[in-house]
Design a protein around this ligand. Structure first.
Ligand code: AMP
Length: 397
C-alpha cells in the first residue's frame, strides 16, 4: 500500500510517498514559494535523478498538480499513475478538543479544522489548503488528518487547565493543548521495543529539541503533560520563541515598545529565544561555534536553554512520580551531544548518568546512559512522516 504524506505550509508543500510494509520512502520533495514569484519544486525518487522545476505555481492545487506529475513522470517518477497512491495523510496543526486521534477526512472534519483556525491562525488555513488541493486532484483517494495536538489529549485536567477563570476554558477553549504530538507519539512508540519493556511499565520524558522545542511526560504510553500550551509559544526557550514568561510582561512590553498585539506576537515568536538572547543566531550550530570562540552571549543563550529543559525534566519526573527514560529527539536532540550532556548535568540525584562515549553519536537510535544509570537516557531520531503514514494506513487499510 502506498501512502502519500503531505505537510502544507502557507507557501510550501512537503511530501513523502511511503510504501507501507517496507516502511520505505519511495519519493519525497518540496514545493516552495507557492503563490510567490520563483515557485520551485524539488523532487527525488528512489534510484532516480533529482528533478527541479521552476514554474509559476499560483496556489496549492497547482503545486499538487506538479507533485503528481513528478511522482508519475517516466524519467523522474516512481509510480505509473496516481491510482497507485492508496491514501493521503495530512499533517494538521490544531484540533483543539475535537480529535484525540487521527481521523478520515470528510466535510465535518474540514469544518472542525476550520473551527480551530482561531488557535492555529498560521498553520490550520495552510493545512486546509493542502487538503483541498489533494481532494481536488485526487477526488477518490481516502485522506486522513493527523493532528499535532492529538497525542496530548490524554492529559488530565490538572495538567491542561491554566490558573485562569474556568470560563476562559469553558467559553473560550483556553487550555494547554500541546504540539509536536506526532513526534512524541512516534518516539514513545519506539521505546518499549528499544528498552525491552512493556509500555505500561514505562514513564518517559521525551525532549523534542529542534527549532521549536517541547517536552512531554508519557506514562504507560499516554501523554500526561507537555510543555507547549494553547499555542506552540509556551514551554522551554526555543530558537526564536520565548517559551514560558511572566504573563504580565506582555502588556508591559506592549506599552514600553509601543507594539500592537500582532507585533507583540511576532516579537515573541520570531525575535526571542536563543536568537534574541544571543543576538547571533537561532541555530545551535552557530551558537556552539560562537561560544567556543568566546561569545559570552552565545554561551549564556545555550545555558538558559539547557537550564529550561532541565527544569522541565525535573518537573515531569515529579509529575509522574519517577522516570525510567529520558529521550532526546529532533534537530538538537538527535545531533547535539554537548547540549544533551548539558541538559542532563546535575541530574545525577535523579539517577541519571550519561556515558560520554555513547553520547558522541548523532542521528541514530542508541542508549547514551551508562550501564549503571538508574534512569536510561536515549537518542531516538523522530520520524513524523512515517508516523503520519502509519496512522493513515491503520485508518485506510
Ligand atoms: P528541527 O526543527 O528538528 O529541524 O531542528 C533544527 C535545529 O536543530 C537547527 O536550528 C539547529 O539548531 C539544530 N541542529 C541541527 N543539526 C545540529 C547539529 N549537528 N548540532 C547542533 N544543532 C543542530
Amino acid at each position: 500500500m502506498n501512502i502519500l504524506v503531505i505537510n502544507a505550509g502557507s507557501s510550501s508543500l512537503k511530501y513523502q510517498l511511503f510504501e507501507i510494509g517496507k516502511e520505505e520512502v519511495l519519493a519525497k520533495g518540496l514545493v516552495e514559494r507557492i503563490g510567490i514569484e520563483g515557485s520551485k519544486l524539488t523532487h527525488t525518487a528512489k534510484g532516480k535523478e533529482k528533478l527541479e522545476i521552476t514554474e509559476p505555481m499560483s496556489d496549492h492545487k497547482q503545486a499538487m498538480g506538479y507533485v503528481l506529475r513528478a511522482l508519475t513522470d517516466k524519467q523522474y517518477g516512481i509510480i505509473k499513475d496516481m491510482d497507485e497512491i492508496n491514501a493521503v495523510g495530512h499533517r494538521v496543526l490544531h484540533a483543539a478538543e475535537k480529535f484525540s486521534d487521527s481521523v478520515v477526512i470528510n466535510d465535518a472534519v474540514m469544518d472542525a479544522i476550520r473551527d480551530c483556525i482561531k488557535f492555529g491562525p498560521l498553520h490550520n488555513p495552510a493545512n486546509l489548503m493542502g487538503i483541498e488541493a489533494c481532494r481536488a486532484t485526487m477526488p477518490n483517494t481516502p485522506m486522513v488528518a493527523v493532528f499535532d495536538t492529538a497525542f496530548h489529549q490524554t492529559m488530565p485536567k490538572k495538567a491542561y487547565l491554566y490558573g485562569l477563570s474556568y470560563d476562559a476554558y469553558k467559553e473560550h477553549g483556553i487550555r494547554r493543548y500541546g504540539f509536536h504530538g506526532t513526534s512524541h507519539k512516534y518516539v514513545a512508540s519506539r521505546m518499549p521495543a528499544l528498552m525491552g519493556k512493556d509500555k505500561k511499565d514505562l514513564k518517559l520524558i521525551i525532549c523534542h529539541l529542534g527549532n521549536g522545542s517541547s517536552l512531554s511526560a508519557v506514562d504507560g504510553g499516554k501523554c500526561v503533560d507537555t510543555s507547549m500550551g494553547l499555542t506552540p509559544l509556551a514551554g522551554v526557550v526555543m530558537g526564536t520563541r520565548c517559551g514560558d514568561i511572566d504573563p504580565a510582561i506582555v502588556p508591559h512590553l506592549m506599552k514600553e515598545m509601543k507594539l500592537d498585539s500582532d507585533q507583540m506576537s511576532d516579537y515573541m515568536n520570531k525575535k526571542c529565544g536563543v536568537l534574541g538572547l544571543s543576538g547571533i543566531s537561532s541555530d545551535f550550530r552557530d551558537l556552539s561555534k560562537a561560544a567556543a570562540e568566546g561569545s559570552e552571549r552565545a554561551e549564556m543563550a545555550l545555558e538558559v536553554f539547557a537550564y529550561s529543559v532541565k527544569k522541565y525534566i525535573g518537573a515531569y519526573a515529579a509529575a509522574m512520580g519517577g522516570v525510567n527514560a529520558i529521550v532526546f529527539t529532533a534537530g538538537i536532540g538527535e545531533n547535539d551531544s554537548n547540549m544533551r550532556a548539558r541538559c542532563c548535568e546535575g541530574l545525577e540525584f535523579l539517577g541519571v548518568k550519561l556515558d560520554g562515549e555513547l553520547n558522541k553519536i548523532r542521528g541514530k537510535e542508541q542508549r547514551i546512559s551508562a550501564p549503571d544509570s538508574r534512569v536510561e537516557v536515549w537518542c531516538v531520531p523522530t520520524n513524523e512522516e512515517l508516523m503520519i503514514a502509519m496512522d493513515t494506513y491503520e485508518l485506510c487499510k
